[in-house]
Design a protein around this ligand. Structure first.
Ligand code: PLP
Length: 450
């Protein structure tokens, strides 16, 4: 496409005049005006093209503008653009069936929402009603969404300005060996100590007051920390012992991101009672999220109405996009591709960068879900920027991000980390280009190593 700086300037001017952006001081931002996107790339009106190592907000698992999904949305729009939630519709039924076929165990009923936060809101509501108990336990290193209940379950500092006194929420430490809250020296210790800490928390809170434990299967925004073997099985066992609903949040980790349909598939035999999803379910082409519900929780609402709903629950356009996306992922082997690329290209490529860049403290991840922990000092593991830094204090990470963009790579940056989370169907050549751009950008981070 031809660059069109004049149109770009008009887009930016109207944005600055009228669009109020998420999580931002409105006068301190300058959103890039984006003219288009395709596959793993997007471009601006000046003619600059970027390889998207963020998948938007970690959701375009099949990349931008997949022609089959675009066609399915167009077809659905031509036949039934919208219809109210209380009816049975082909696109909705088929989306629910395709999702339920892939979720583990008996998670066979799907409540559709417009996104991840609403899925978390409804999952915790279901758990409270199912158990008749008030409290939910969540991890400090977590993100569960921006609405009232979801932000209070979130551990990340974005909660602080909206914290409602954390009514009904108790937070705990989940395992994270690199910055172990339990001063563990290996994964076995970390797993044991994290489970003991969780059980102590339950016992002192009063198990009879706890409706649910919610965890991201592999925490995403908080740093992509795959739990040690045995941890999720241990949480499952604690939930069973104390009659607590186990909620896994797969909003970011689900639908191929980890090289499996769901991240929980990596943990043999673990089945939550409720599982939230969004993002990759239809690569965000039309907003969609939901809760997959076990037989026991569904039974609670078999004869008694579920007191929750949304005008656009199971919106046909969003569901048609999900049907097409899931079918494309199956036909094109996107999940297997993500697993292979993680194991053979991205993982080894990032470990190679770590060997050559002293600012890389740790490489961790799986599938298309990786984090580089950037540090000032590998021995002390002092983060490259302090927790929740902004302005001058965040300058080293800002310099890294700017250098990546100069090299044609759009990086995901959160605190002292960069996450490598490209579309799950990125080609090997594209991934290697991205790794080369990261290599150059890491020099900017190395400049701040003590
Ligand atoms: N849960 C997790 C694990 C997420 O990563 C997110 C978003 O990043 C959410 C919930 C919230 O989803 P949404 O922004 O669609 O409301």
């Amino acid at each position: 496409p031809q660059p069109d700086p004049q149109l770009g300037a008009a887009v930016s001017a109207a944005d600055r005049a009228h669009v109020f952006h998420s999580w931002s001081a409105q006068e301190l931002i300058a959103p890039l005006a984006v003219a288009g996107a395709e596959g793993s790339y997007f471009w601006d009106y000046e003619g600059n093209r970027y390889l998207d190592f963020t998948s938007g907000l970690v959701y375009t698992n099949i990349g931008y503008q997949h022609p089959k999904v675009v066609a399915a949305i167009q077809e659905q729009a031509a036949t039934m653009t919208t219809f109210a939630p209380a009816f049975a519709l082909e696109a909705r039924s088929e989306a629910a069936r395709l999702i339920a076929e892939r979720t583990p165990g008996d998670l066979d009923k799907i409540f559709f929402t417009n996104g991840g936060a609403e899925a978390v809101e409804n999952a915790t509501r279901m758990a409270r009603l199912h158990t008749g108990r008030p409290k939910v336990l969540s991890a400090y290193r977590s993100y569960h969404g921006g609405t009232a209940a979801a932000i209070n379950l979130t551990g990340d500092p974005r909660r602080w300005p909206s914290d409602n006194g954390s009514a009904g929420v108790v937070r705990f430490w989940a395992p994270f060996l690199y910055r172990s809250p339990f001063h563990s020296e290996n994964e076995v210790q970390e797993c044991e100590r994290a489970l003991q800490h969780l059980e102590d928390t339950l016992v002192f809170e009063g198990p009879g007051t706890i409706a649910a434990i919610i965890l991201e299967t592999v925490p995403g925004t908080a740093g992509i920390m795959t739990p040690p073997p045995g941890y999720l099985a241990g949480v499952r066992e604690l939930c069973d012992r104390y009659g607590i609903v186990f909620i896994l949040d797969e909003v970011m980790a689900g639908f191929g991101r980890t090289g499996a349909w769901f991240a929980v598939d990596h943990f043999d035999g673990v089945v939550p009672d409720l599982m939230t999803f969004a993002k990759g379910v239809n690569s965000g082409y039309v907003p969609l999220g939901g809760v997959a519900i076990s037989g026991a929780v569904a039974e609670t609402f078999a004869k008694r109405p579920y007191p929750g709903g949304l005008t656009y629950s199971g919106h046909p356009l969003a569901c048609a996009a999900a049907v097409a996306t899931i079918n494309v992922m199956a036909e094109e082997g996107v999940v297997e591709h993500a697993a292979r690329m993680g194991a053979d290209v991205i993982g080894p490529g990032l470990r190679d960068l770590a060997e050559r860049h002293p600012s890389v403290g740790e490489v961790r991840g799986l599938g298309m879900f990786w984090a580089l922990e950037l540090v000032r000092d590998r021995e002390t593991r002092e983060p490259l920027v302090p927790y929740n830094a902004s302005g001058e204090a965040n300058a080293p990470m800002a310099a890294f991000a700017a250098a990546a963009k100069e090299n044609g790579l759009w990086p995901f940056v959160n605190m002292n980390r960069t996450h490598v989370v490209p579309p799950c169907n990125i080609s090997e050549a594209e991934a290697k280009d991205g790794l080369a751009a990261l290599d150059a950008a890491l020099d900017a981070a190395d400049a701040h190593v003590a």
